[in-house]
Design a protein around this ligand. Structure first.
Ligand code: HEM
Length: 476
């Protein structure tokens, strides 16, 4: 009797309605973990902070630091993203808490592939990274031996620039191709002519992939978006480009190195990886060195090593046009360096493997953590007029390069860039050779270009034209 009285239709209706309201509320406003860093602005239901970040993300993150502090949280769907700003906090997070913050988050792009170095974790990441660094070092990364290969490439780059005859030209593709060729000469032991059809097709695919990766962040946070029919947020283009590059190019690079048999491979990265793989397989059944990972490592070396370095060279050319007098200063000829305003990548996301306390807040296990390198390199508290292009801030009275703890374009901690030594060597040689051989001039004398950055994986200057005037020709 009591049961009948309780189960009246109106009561059932009330209970179901209440349950639905609670369900919708918890879907729209998921309960927040305790003591997380503050939000800079209220998140939207379901979408979280995504609507605020559809444009001008880099500037918005810098503005939010001013209003909220060095550490703040953002929500994307049900995923928590914690942003770390300023060199002390970034170091605290990535160095002092390296045990918890050295992983990568699950990566929805690339079909969630966690092979290779950049997106992998645990023993796989450790073995791939350690072996790859050892191979690069054995080729002289950070030492003189590699500079011969780089000089060989620079000679062709400078000839191609000289071939432009001082006419206004957009040299973005040429610069990317040339920097990519340095990686080629390490990977397969040879550089390609710029008009080689295989290499040109590779660069074309590479470009498509870089363009497709613009604004794909939402797919990372809502992986199901990539199943939406069509090509939502370029996710299909991106996956197709990756597959094409792995199949069409990385496999061919491997075949090229192995064409005369494993015993006669040229002196190159692929040969060294192959040797290490065979050796380890002979005594260990658990090694992660295999052909699949090799393909991914090659792709990632191209990716990580090309756009970053070539964009830095392009920013340098751009700033030389805007500040022509700097080209004549002796120190710039000998030690051009990455300047805060040369815009390194904002960084690659990390993942909290366990709870971490920073500045009294808790970053819960499972959160994605982004060290905002812009906030470090453009920090007004550290650099005087950080947006002003002034290479002299890095040169002391004796003409030597000043090392600054807040200068971290390659990040810090266990995940820091593994190509730093190679990149520094390339930048030093490319930039010094460039200003020694040419005077860089605007397309229209007295009218330096003014472009907006194009933010894809890294920030590159928008299209601009420059004239490369041979210094010897100018003197005669
Ligand atoms: C101007 C040039 C470059 C800059 C500014 C740069 C910057 C960075 C940054 C900020 C990261 C992320 C670090 C982190 O997660 O905390 C990174 C990772 C990485 N970089 Fe570079 N990089 C450059 C050139 C290169 C080159 C030439 C190579 C190739 C040899 C390379 C290979 C890598 C790899 C493989 C990773 C992933 C490391 C890992 O996940 O363990 N980078 N780089």
């Amino acid at each position: 009797m009591l049961e009948d009285a309780l189960l009246t239709p109106s009561l059932v209706y009330a209970v179901v309605s209440l349950a639905l309201v609670l369900l919708i509320k918890s879907a729209l406003f998921p309960p927040l973990p305790d003591n997380i860093p503050p939000f800079p602005v209220r998140p939207w239901p379901v979408l979280g902070h995504l609507p605020y970040l559809l444009t001008g993300q880099r500037q918005k993150l810098l503005d939010w630091r001013k209003t909220t502090g060095d550490i703040f949280s953002l929500y994307f769907g049900s995923r928590l993203l914690v942003i770390l700003n300023g060199h002390r906090l970034v170091r605290d997070g990535l160095v002092r808490n390296a045990d918890s913050l050295s992983n990568r988050p699950p990566w929805a792009h690339l079909d969630g592939s966690t092979n290779g170095i950049i997106f992998s974790n645990g023993t796989l990441w450790k073995e791939q990274r350690t072996v790859s660094i050892a191979i690069l070092r054995s080729f002289g990364m950070g030492k003189g031996a590699l500079s011969d290969k780089i000089h060989e490439e620079i000679a062709s780059y400078l000839d191609a620039l000289a071939g432009l005859g001082g006419k206004p030209s957009d040299v973005a593709l040429l610069t990317r191709t040339s920097v990519s060729n340095v990686i080629c000469s390490i990977i397969v032991g040879k550089r390609f002519e710029y008009n080689d059809p295989f290499f040109a097709a590779f660069m074309d695919s590479f470009d498509k992939q870089v363009q497709a990766s613009e604004n794909t962040a939402p797919v990372m946070f809502w992986p199901w978006l990539r199943h939406i029919p069509g090509n939502f947020m370029n996710s299909k283009t991106l996956n197709n480009c990756v597959k094409e590059m792995l199949g069409e190019f990385c496999d061919k690079f491997i075949n090229l190195a192995r064409k005369d048999g494993d015993e006669n491979m040229p002196n190159c990265f692929i040969a060294e990886y192959w040797k290490a793989m065979k050796e380890r397989k002979s005594y260990s059944s658990t090694t992660t060195l295999d052909e699949t990972n090799l393909r991914w490592v090659l792709l990632q070396l191209f990716f990580a090593g090309t756009d970053t370095t070539s964009s830095t060279i392009l920013w340098f050319i751009y700033y030389m046009l805007r500040h022509p007098h700097i080209q004549e200063e002796e120190e710039v000829h000998i030690c051009p360096s990455i300047h805060p305003s040369l815009q390194p990548p904002i960084s690659v996301p990390h993942f909290a493997a366990g709870d971490v306390t920073l500045q009294g807040y808790t970053i819960p296990a499972g959160a994605t953590v982004l060290p905002n390198l812009d906030s470090v390199m453009m920090d007004e508290k550290v650099w005087e007029e950080p947006l002003k292009f002034s290479p002299r801030r890095f040169i002391d009275a004796a003409g030597s390069l000043i090392k600054h703890e807040a200068f971290m374009p390659f990040s810090v901690g266990r995940r820091m860039c593994m190509g730093e030594a190679l990149a520094n060597m390339e930048l030093f040689l490319f930039l010094s050779c460039l200003v020694q051989r040419f005077r860089l001039e605007s397309a229209l004398p007295g009218h330096p270009p003014s472009v907006r950055p194009v933010d894809a994986i890294v920030s590159a200057p928008g299209e601009f034209h420059a004239r490369f005037v041979h210094r010897a020709a100018q003197r005669t």
